[in-house]
Design a protein around this ligand. Structure first.
Ligand SMILES: CC(C)(COP(=O)(O)OP(=O)(O)OC[C@H]1O[C@@H](n2cnc3c(N)ncnc32)[C@H](O)[C@@H]1OP(=O)(O)O)[C@@H](O)C(=O)NCCC(=O)NCCS
Length: 226
């Protein structure tokens, strides 16, 4: 089967219940398929109410990006001899709900505003890395790609689209504008369970470096210099 892939943020205005339900199913599938890669569990999140799932994505200070796989007819594209391709971003929005579209991967970005606002309700480790390289950090969480669609560049694409989203969001506000040297600050950080070498290799290849570690996990960060 040949697929065309897109990475699309779940729209929040308005947020459709159908998207909340598909997001919840995908996240639970990730926790069920790769429990060793996450600190949350399927038991814990399986008890979430519809409102809790909705609350996960119904805010402006975080975003969840979905990797969508659309089945292609054998002769529908000049690239039909290859096993996969990425769709033109201009057609991405349509692909979230297309008839042949499957949600096969996700990543969530928690912005500096999110971390500041919910300072008292989030795990202390998120507060610890709310600054990285002396810059306000965006924390990337929940990264997962369905096993049948791995090693096709989707994980890398989720990270680069998440970073693009952060850069766009950053230019829309002036909060982090450092007038003294005329540059915009910022960083992205993420946590990898120790032993998850595959994910670690991907992050390293994408310019992340280790910033801290303990018995359970490694924290990696990337400065956003532009
Ligand atoms: C990590 C993950 C998101 C990567 O997704 P992906 O779509 O396969 O990633 P890409 O195709 O963009 O990149 C693949 C690269 O990642 C690395 N990689 C991923 N899994 C690997 C594994 N099991 N062993 C070795 N390298 C691996 C390699 O560097 C590989 O590069 P290559 O294709 O040149 O060999 C996916 O394997 C996954 O969902 N794993 C389980 C959940 C998880 O670990 N989430 C991350 C939590 S921090």
């Amino acid at each position: 089967m040949e697929y065309s892939y897109s990475v699309v943020p779940i729209p929040t205005s308005p947020l459709l219940q159908a998207h909340v339900d598909k997001y919840a199913s995908l996240r639970l599938l990730a926790l069920r398929t790769n429990p060793e890669c996450f600190f949350s569990t399927q038991d814990e999140e399986g008890r979430f109410s519809r409102e809790q799932w909705r609350g996960r994505i119904d805010t402006d200070d975080r975003v969840t990006l979905i990797a969508v796989a659309s089945r292609m007819l054998a002769d529908s594209s000049p690239e039909s001899s290859s096993s996969s391709s990425f769709a033109n971003p201009s057609v991405s929005l349509d692909s979230l709900d297309g008839e042949a579209a499957e949600w096969v991967g996700l990543i969530t970005v928690l912005t500096p505003e999110f971390l500041k606002e919910r300072r008292d309700n989030i795990p202390p480790k998120f507060q610890k890395y709310a600054m990285c390289f002396g810059e306000p950090a965006n924390v990337l969480v929940s990264m997962w790609v369905h096993p049948e669609h791995r090693c096709k560049g989707i994980g890398g694409r989720l990270i680069s689209e998440a970073i693009d989203w952060v850069l766009k969001k950053r230019t829309m506000r002036t909060m982090n504008f450092d007038v003294s040297n005329g540059r915009l600050g910022g960083a992205v950080v993420l946590e990898v369970v120790k032993g998850n070498t595959g994910a670690g290799m991907l992050y390293r290849a994408m310019g992340f470096e280790t910033i801290d570690s303990d018995d359970a996990s490694i924290w990696m960060g990337k400065r956003l210099d532009t």
